[in-house]
Write a new protein. Structure first.
Length: 275
């Protein structure tokens, strides 16, 4: 029979109380992290249930179980839920986010998880990546695209930085129709653009769900078209609004990217000049 001395149990109760105080001090949370102690940071999530663990449960089988030797970029890492999961599979992870509040959560949780040797969290704009050439085996780009004023710039940039896989998720409009014929549209009959399966992105001038940082909502056809146009192919759709992609090395894709190469190079050159 195991005995717990009163001193040991009061020390562990004090540790638990201290962890709860830290969780409260770092609120509000967006990620519900499961800490090694069993504590959770946001068990009752407004997006329903155990977020983002319920999304991860849909994705996890699509990602290699062993990520040793993989360099991962987690864009908009927030409190680090996905960075922690990917590091537990052996990856070396760079998590970036613009928001110091979320990064403080991520850094605190990093120590709690004991994964300091595998993850670095950095305060950065996604566009700051223009100033570096580092490439990543896996780019995690979930929940950020629609928050960006210049979303295609970020996607084109991240595709250039992707060696093997890019996990994409964005807020979408309802519907999954895809119009097959989008090769061209006559100038004097633009009605095809109104069809629900034509690739589209709604601009949100004010708010969506009360949030003024939601700038764009694409339809499913639009998401797939932008992914293709940036030079990726969709390998799998693990769940609603989620697209697991890989670089598409075909010549036709390179020719398509050449159509905007000058614009992209100009932006990259400008950023390097300042950097
Ligand atoms: C909706 S949350 C998604 C968090 C996480 N990626 C996920 O899927 O659960 C959006 C995150 O992206 C960050 N973010 C927004 N704009 C960004 C930008 N321009 N560069 C880097 N991070 C950004 C926010 O601070 C926030 O943590």
């Amino acid at each position: 029979m195991a005995f717990t001395s009163p001193t040991t149990s009061s020390a562990s109760a004090e540790r638990q109380a201290e962890e709860q105080r830290q969780i409260a001090a770092l609120a509000p949370w967006f990620h519900n992290l499961h800490l090694p102690s069993g504590e959770q940071t946001l068990p009752q999530h407004v997006l329903g249930g155990d977020f983002p663990n319920f999304k991860w449960q849909q994705i996890r089988r699509c990602i290699p179980a062993d990520l040793h030797g993989w360099r991962v970029l987690d864009v908009g890492c927030n409190a680090g839920f996905y960075s922690f999961e990917l590091a537990r599979r052996g990856a070396s992870v760079l998590g970036i986010d613009v928001d110091p509040h979320y990064l403080a959560q991520a850094r605190w949780a990093l120590a709690e998880m004991g994964l300091q040797d595998r993850i670095e969290f950095r305060q950065m704009e996604v566009y700051d990546l223009l100033q570096s050439d580092e490439r990543f085996d896996l780019v995690w780009f979930m929940g950020v695209f629609y928050h960006l004023r210049y979303p295609l710039l970020a996607l084109d940039l991240l595709v250039e930085r992707t060696r093997r896989l890019l996990m994409f998720q964005t807020l979408t409009m309802p519907g999954t129709l895809v119009r097959p014929a989008t090769a061209d549209c006559p100038i004097d009959d633009r009605t095809p653009l109104l069809e629900s399966g034509w690739p589209k992105m709604a601009f949100i001038e004010h708010r969506l769900a009360g949030d003024p940082t939601n700038w764009w909502a694409a339809n499913h056809a639009g998401v797939e078209a932008m992914i293709r146009s940036s030079g990726l192919q969709v390998l799998e759709r693990p769940g609603h609004e989620m697209y697991l992609c890989a670089p598409d090395g075909r010549d036709t894709v390179a020719r398509h990217r050449a159509l905007f190469a000058s614009q992209f190079a100009s932006i990259c050159g400008g950023a390097r000049g300042r950097g």
